[in-house]
Write a protein of this length. Structure first.
Length: 215
């Protein structure tokens, strides 16, 4: 089984993906890490993130050790990821890795922006997770507060809106729900309630699949 989970920043897709993977015994890939690793590699080498050729080279050079760097989670890396991810050659260089991950038994939960539309268009289950920009900014602010870092909520909200705008309006693999995706709005749902809602969707899909196969 492949579960594709897409949605904007801080919608709760990563939290949901980890819980679903644990519940069904599937492997989990946070595809955002791949784009973050490209940005981080460029930042480390002092390259201009807007240089599409350098970004494509960095994407082809990514190796598994790059995916473990704690600096991947920083705000700057997330911003950088949303810049390099608009380059078609970057997306092309990262496609195979994701498809191979999805194809390995026993199946996978992959979260990102284009998993249901481009990477795994035949996924058995597709979820599109959303939440209001204000709620997403509140969640990111809370994460910073919990880490003892300074918080500027207005700046976080502006970041989130800028990232939504770039991700939804790029020409290659823009953020949008697949035609057969089920929308999960987590604005007023805690992680546990969102998980239970997602399991209900998955169980319904599995039952429908079994009925179709036996009928
Ligand atoms: O965790 P958060 O939602 O903040 O970001 P992320 O999932 O780590 O993704 C960082 C950036 O990578 C996003 O803003 C997208 O521009 C890009 N990305 C993408 O283009 N396609 C994906 N499948 C995953 C991430
Ligand atoms: O992966 P994505 O960027 O979409 O979001 P996340 O990292 O799963 O969630 C962002 C933050 O919101 C985390 O601190 C989660 O604990 C929190 N969260 C929440 O408050 N309510 C949910 N339903 C899901 C996540």
């Amino acid at each position: 089984m492949i579960v594709a989970i897409d949605g904007p920043a801080a919608s709760g897709k990563g939290t949901l993906a980890r819980r679903i993977a644990a519940h069904y015994g599937l492997r989990h890939l946070d595809s955002g890490v791949l784009y973050r690793a490209v940005a981080l590699r460029m930042i480390a080498q002092g390259q201009d993130l807007a240089d599409a050729e350098a970004a494509a080279r960095a994407a082809r050079d990514i190796d598994p050790a790059d995916l473990e760097d704690p600096a991947l989670r920083s705000r700057r890396t997330g911003e950088g990821a949303s810049i390099v991810s608009a380059v078609p050659a970057v997306r092309a260089a990262l496609l195979d890795f994701q498809r191979r991950f999805a194809a390995e038994p026993p199946g996978a939960v992959i979260d990102g922006r284009d998993i249901g539309t481009v990477i795994c268009p035949d996924a058995e289950v597709k979820l599109f997770v959303i939440a209001s920009a204000e709620e997403r900014a509140r969640r990111r602010a809370l994460e910073l507060t919990n880490r003892g870092e300074p918080v500027d909520e207005a700046a976080i909200l502006a970041d989130i809106k800028a990232r939504d705008d770039r991700d939804m309006n790029r020409l290659t693999a823009p953020l949008k729900p697949a035609d057969d995706a089920v929308l999960v709005d987590t604005t007023t749902l805690d992680a546990e309630t969102a998980f239970l809602a997602a399991v209900a969707v998955i169980e319904a899909r599995l039952t429908a699949g079994r009925t179709a196969a036996s009928g």
